[in-house]
Ligand binder design. Structure first.
Ligand SMILES: *[C@@H]1O[C@H](CO)[C@@H](O)[C@H](O)[C@H]1NC(C)=O
Ligand SMILES: *[C@@H]1O[C@H](CO)[C@@H](O)[C@H](O)[C@H]1NC(C)=O
Ligand SMILES: *[C@@H]1O[C@H](CO)[C@@H](O)[C@H](O)[C@H]1NC(C)=O
Ligand SMILES: [Ca+2]
Length: 440
């Protein structure tokens, strides 16, 4: 009778155990399946290929480093946690197996005892057995509970992983999208800039802003005549000048140009100070600018003249400097060479070197009885009054009367005078400067 009770009890215990174990096994199966769910985010992270439409993002970019959001580390962390939990589960499973083996052992032993009809099982022994079974049963129950908990934990963790990886993929996608948009607009800007007309002047503004004069532009590779921006003194603003890049090796900053009489040179002090005319045609660059240009570097001056007979001559001066307005733009010029004659140092009485600038409205000349500028309709470094005046009136042919035209006192036949009292007219005059020692 007792044996039967034992048998029933044991069978119940065993059933409970096997059920629990089956549950545990089922849970571990679930876990394995769970782990296999949606491996895409991880694959993407490890640079794997995503298959099917499931892949949240796939893009090919040129080599580019993208900073991933910090949260990306969390995925890694969570995965480690999951791995730890998995290990825990395996441990639990192992101990379950141990339990089962122990139970089998007991069964074997019990059955042996059971099958020995001669052997009396004392009441105490059966009580011990009973306790053992109860102990085992509660152990199994505990294990089952902790396995259930583990399963829940794993599931919630897995949920987190999925949620997080989705959020992060969104982040990454947004980030990549904005990067691509930025790159696209940047490329578009570049494209627009390149496809629009790119004048030589604007092609490299950084280099260009640093040019002190036309010689710097020449050195920077500019070889075409034209208007360029210079900044001879960084304390003052930049300004445009006409550069002669072809005559005599180029690099010349043109100070004055006469060629068609389109510009009136009968101007005020202020006009001569700031400059006037058209840099593409006829102009006076301006005394302030000439001062800055000749102050920034030692300059040589080249004057080119052509009359209406087609005769062309030049005068070159090794030193050329114009003082500031406070010093009335006093001229310093020396070191003549050339074919036109040194009209600036014509004689002891007609010498333009070290003379102040005079305009019709400002008399700084050596002529005590009047204003040479007003008399000769010009702004110039008048002495008492002149042996040269390149800012005189532009006559289109020989003329008579006051010698207020463009004048160079050492020109052919000037001292002899033209027949019938005519005066020499000039077709073209050009004044230009270049740093001393400039090597084209
Ligand atoms: C894209 O450009 C905007 C403005 O230029 C900037 O605010 C934003 O941070 C840039 N995005 C990236 C991802 O570089
Ligand atoms: C030069 O300008 C002054 C003042 O405007 C004027 O009186 C004079 O006649 C002009 N001279 C010539 C040659 O045009
Ligand atoms: C300067 O002269 C050029 C050539 O004749 C002309 O195209 C340009 O419009 C002129 N500039 C000014 C400001 O008058
Ligand atoms: Ca005077």
């Amino acid at each position: 009778m007792k044996k039967l009770i034992y048998l029933v009890l044991f069978k119940t215990a065993l059933l409970a155990f096997t059920n629990s174990f089956a549950l545990a096994d089922e849970h571990t199966e679930d876990f394995k399946e769970g782990k296999a769910i949606d491996p895409c985010p991880i694959k993407l992270k490890t640079n794997g290929k995503c298959e099917g439409e499931e892949c949240p993002y796939q893009i090919n970019l040129p080599p580019m480093t993208i900073q991933l959001p910090k949260q990306f580390r969390l995925i890694e962390k969570t995965l480690k946690e999951v791995q730890t939990l998995k290990d825990e589960v395996n441990k639990l499973k192992k101990s379950c197996q141990d339990c089962k083996l122990q139970a089998d052992d007991n069964q074997e032993r019990d059955s042996t005892e059971f099958l020995a009809p001669t052997r009396e099982i004392p009441m105490e022994n059966s009580k011990i057995q009973d306790n053992r079974v109860k102990e085992l049963q509660s152990k199994v129950n505990k294990l089952s509970v902790s396995l259930k908990n583990a399963k829940n934990q794993i599931q919630s963790l897995q949920g987190n992983v999925e949620k997080r990886s989705l959020i992060n993929m969104d982040n990454v996608q947004n980030y990549v999208d904005s990067k691509v948009a930025n790159l696209t607009s940047f490329l578009k800007n570049l494209d627009d800039r390149c496809s629009s007309k790119c004048p030589v002047i604007q092609s490299s503004p950084v280099i260009q802003l640093m040019q002190r004069d036309c010689a710097d532009h020449y050195t920077a590779g500019r070889r075409r005549n034209g208007i360029y921006r210079v900044i001879p003194d960084p304390k003052h603003s930049s300004f445009e000048v006409y550069c002669d890049m072809e005559s005599m090796g180029g690099g010349w900053t043109v100070l004055q140009m006469r060629q068609d009489g389109s510009i009136n040179f009968n101007r005020t002090w202020n006009d001569y100070k700031n400059g006037f005319g058209n840099l593409s045609r006829e102009f006076w660059l301006g005394n302030d600018k000439i001062h800055l240009l000749t102050k920034s570097r030692d300059m040589q001056l080249r004057i080119e003249l052509e009359d209406f007979n087609g005769i062309r001559e030049y005068a070159k001066y090794e030193q050329f400097y114009v003082a500031n307005e406070y010093l009335k733009y006093r001229l310093s010029v020396s070191g003549y060479s050339g074919t036109a004659g040194d009209a600036l140092h014509f004689s002891k009485h007609y010498n333009h070197d070290q003379k102040f600038f005079t305009t019709p409205d400002k008399d700084n000349d050596k002529y005590l009885s009047g204003n040479c500028g007003a008399y000769y309709s010009s702004g110039w470094w008048f002495d008492k009054c002149l042996s040269a005046n390149l800012n005189g009136k532009y006559y289109h042919q020989k003329y008579k009367g006051v010698r207020n035209g463009i004048f160079w006192g050492t020109w052919h036949d000037v001292s002899n005078g033209l027949p019938d009292g005519y005066r020499q007219a000039f077709k073209q005059v050009k004044m230009m400067i270049r740093p001393k020692g400039f090597v084209p």
